[in-house]
Design a protein around this ligand. Structure first.
Ligand code: BGC
Length: 371
């Protein structure tokens, strides 16, 4: 109704040309024959984002440097088959229903015990194996407003899918500002039964451009005083410790490579830690600032979530990505805004259970600039 009123109001303004919402284009088919579509969002400042319906996945993100030269700063593949293959380590996807790990794939809720797939020995990772939300095809609709262009993805995960309770209705919206280089991803979900939830975007960034050899020269600042230490299967011990005096102290900028060697012999083989974002969860606040000294491109991340997983691409293995370019060990960084890993089994972590009648909300904003 409101949309209709808005449209008719616009029609009464003489000479006003309609900005068209982005159109869906075919992006091939899944192995099961399901059609996948891709949307292109563009603004006047030089950003182009392409997002596909499989996994509500960010496929390409073209960002200008100080001279206006653009590079695609996210890892990915040229086609759906690439995303369906063994080499896809959650590139650009929406991860969930519960992103990151659940210890031993087990949790109990309201007196019932749930068992999930073990897909990252001995734990459950990123929502499961076959029908985790990164692997299903979402419904999409684009929109255009005076100052933004975007696409909204919807997926209803049936009760019991990948072992999780409750029918979970999810909406993920990508919104690109027209006059600023800001791309926001916002998440909403409702359920008909209590269920754990943790949605995030799993983009791998290299601000020199995907396919560049390393991310170790990128300078990172994290607005995080604390982190959640983990055991050797990357499950939090339950403690919340200060970063002070550790190689996780990014409160002032450090290159990713500067101290990473001391993590070579850990099971994460580098950075793969959940940091506690300073400030009030629920409020949009700064998380990270990442700068590539070569191109001068800067990414600033903010979120409403309590945590961020800083993962330095340690398990990248040189697989061929877009245009056949290899993606070696530590050639990209993920900054996954999220609830803390294994929250469902950790009584002193912020609540991650969504109850019927409640709405899950999460916003993450990526702001790009160049120096
Ligand atoms: C995890 C890593 C994992 C990667 C790809 C990240 O969110 O923290 O341990 O290897 O995702 O699955």
């Amino acid at each position: 109704m409101r949309k209709f009123a808005f449209l008719s109001l616009l029609l009464t303004i003489p000479g006003l040309a309609f900005a068209e919402a982005p159109q869906a284009k075919p992006f091939g088919k899944t192995a099961d024959g399901e059609a996948v579509e891709i949307y292109e969002l563009k603004n006047d400042k030089g950003i182009t984002a392409r997002i596909m319906t499989r996994g509500a996945t960010l496929v390409d993100l073209l960002v200008p440097d100080a001279n206006g030269k653009t590079a695609d700063v996210v890892l990915g593949f040229d086609d759906v088959a690439g995303y369906e293959g063994e080499d896809n380590q959650y590139f650009g996807c929406t991860a969930g229903r519960v992103a990151n790990r659940i210890a031993k794939g087990k949790f109990s809720l309201n007196g019932r015990e749930y068992t999930l797939a073990i897909n990252n020995e001995p734990n459950h990772l990123h929502g499961g194996v076959k029908r985790s939300i990164d692997k299903v095809v979402w419904k999409a609709a684009s929109f255009e407003t005076d100052n933004a262009t975007g696409v909204r993805f919807r997926y209803v995960s049936p009760h019991g899918e990948e072992g999780y309770p409750g029918t979970l209705s999810m909406v993920v919206t990508y919104t690109l500002k027209k006059s600023a280089n800001e791309l926001a991803v916002s998440y909403k979900a409702t359920t008909d039964q209590a269920t754990p939830i943790n949605l995030t975007n799993h983009s791998y960034f290299n601000l020199s451009g995907e396919g560049s050899e390393t991310v170790l020269d990128h300078e990172l600042q994290l607005f995080c005083d604390n982190y959640t230490p983990v055991d050797d299967t990357l499950i939090p011990t339950g403690k919340i410790d200060p970063v002070e005096g550790t190689v996780l102290d990014f409160r002032t900028p450090h290159t990713i490579g500067e101290r990473i060697k001391s993590l070579d012999d850990t099971s994460a083989i580098g950075y793969d830690h959940n940091f506690v974002v300073n400030g009030e969860m629920g409020e949009l606040r700064p998380v990270a600032r990442l700068k590539d000294p070569k191109s001068g491109r800067v990414l600033e991340v903010s979120t409403t979530e309590p945590g961020v997983q800083f993962y330095s691409g340690n398990f990248l293995k040189g697989q061929a990505g877009k245009g056949g370019k290899p993606y070696p060990h530590r050639s990209a960084i993920c900054l996954e805004t999220q609830h803390y890993p294994d929250s469902i089994n950790q009584p002193n972590f912020p609540e991650s259970v969504l109850e019927p009648g409640e709405t899950y909300r999460h916003t993450c904003v990526w702001k790009f600039s160049a120096e």
